[in-house]
Design a protein around this ligand. Structure first.
Ligand code: PMP
Length: 381
């Protein structure tokens, strides 16, 4: 057991204690089989049931329509950066007989990395927006050009603290261009309309589970791909088999060995979310948490400076701010730790502080942080 932590780390991040307790038991003895969940075959009935149940619970959480399919792959968000252009351009080749390109909106560290990876792999990439730490209106983005297969966005930039509050609709996105979103740090944190997306990709280790699996929600039509011969003829690379979405889906996410313990945790977290009122309920709490924290920081402009200057796109998951000097920042971190408030140091590339207030971080934890933010400001203004 443990005392409830007040932990604001960006990822891997906090998980509900009750889930970890159940999972810890299951790791030793799953369903009284005298074997742990990580010790059974990934093709055995109980393992397949874990995969199927997780998918079903995700479908419930997000109201995923029949047009879309959930699958899991190892490798993290970074594998998504690589596998997305391979797979979506193989689909575009099937749809059009052409070699398409990916349009990328660069709004922070992770979308930048993703665009760079697609380009490094030799795919055609067009940057339609580059505003690290901000999301300007779509009318200010470069128009989507011909032969674009997909538009890629990072829905929540974990390092910079900016989050999309809506998604580009038909006023920006031409018919047939698929919306692809990295939701690694805000999946299941707010209600979304899955039908609007071609593909959602999310590393599990922040809002929904442990590192080891990445969640994909894909429009089924995107699983059709040009044949190897057709790809070769177009000068497109073949998709590595372990990351070949149609193969992974055909094998119910177990083409190769799936880390079933990680999947089991996803299921337990999804279960808890559903019992707690689903995504609408957690969204309400998340909005409340973000609101009280941003308000507290803004009440002391001489002490705290919010890194994201555009209030419309401030993240409800990662709250980034600096203090007047490195010394004051060190003091803030030290005193916060004395109050058992930890994980607040910002990413090395941005500096300052970052409070990650994912689903598992309770309103009570954020209230304790707000209390400290106020107290510290009063003593140091
Ligand atoms: N995308 C986002 C939004 C992230 O926050 C991260 C990790 N912090 C990644 C991608 C990369 O994830 P991984 O380390 O699992 O490859």
């Amino acid at each position: 057991n443990r005392e409830e932590p007040n932990y604001f780390g960006a990822g891997p991040a906090l998980l509900p204690t009750s889930v970890l307790q159940e999972a810890a038991y299951d790791l030793i003895n799953y369903e009284n089989q005298n074997l742990g969940i990580g010790e059974i075959s990934h093709r055995s009935k109980p393992a397949i049931k874990v995969i199927d149940d997780t998918k079903a619970k995700f479908a419930q959480l997000y109201n995923i329509p029949d047009t879309h399919e959930v699958f899991f792959m190892q490798g993290g968000g970074t594998t998504g950066f690589s596998s997305i252009p391979y797979n979506l351009l193989a689909n575009y080749a099937k749809r059009t007989g052409k070699k398409g390109k990916g349009a990328y909106a660069v709004t922070g560290t992770w979308s930048k990395k993703s665009a760079e990876e697609a380009s490094r792999l030799g795919f055609d990439v067009e940057i339609v927006n580059k505003t690290i730490g901000d999301i300007p209106p779509y009318s200010e983005w470069k128009p989507i050009s011909k032969d674009t297969a997909y538009l890629y966005v990072c829905d929540n930039e974990t390092v910079n603290g900016v989050e999309f509050k809506d998604i580009p609709g038909s006023e920006y996105l031409p018919e047939g261009v698929e919306l692809v979103a990295d939701m690694s740090s805000n999946v299941f944190s707010k209600v979304i309309d899955v039908s609007k997306y071609g593909l959602i990709m999310a590393g599990a280790q922040k809002n929904i589970g442990l590192a080891g699996l990445t969640i994909y929600i894909i429009k089924k039509t995107l699983l059709e791909q040009a044949s190897d011969e057709e790809l070769r003829a177009l000068g497109l690379p073949l998709v590595p088999i372990a990351f070949h979405y149609p193969t992974v889906v055909k094998n119910n996410s177990a083409y190769n060995t799936i880390p079933i313990f990680t999947c089991h945790i996803l299921k337990l977290v999804a279960d808890k979310l559903l019992k707690d009122g689903g995504v609408p309920a957690i969204q309400k709490i998340n909005e409340q948490k973000a609101q009280i924290l941003y308000e507290a920081l803004q009440n002391y402009p001489d002490v705290y400076l919010l890194i994201v200057t555009n209030p419309k796109v401030r993240s409800n998951m990662n709250v980034t701010f600096t203090l007047a000097s490195p010394e004051l920042e060190a003091k803030f971190l030290e005193e916060a730790a004395q109050h058992k408030l930890t994980g607040l140091k910002g990413h090395r590339s941005v500096g300052g502080m970052r409070a990650s207030i994912y689903n598992a971080v309770s309103l009570q934890s954020v209230e304790l942080l707000v209390e400290f933010v106020n107290k510290f400001a009063e003593a140091n203004k």
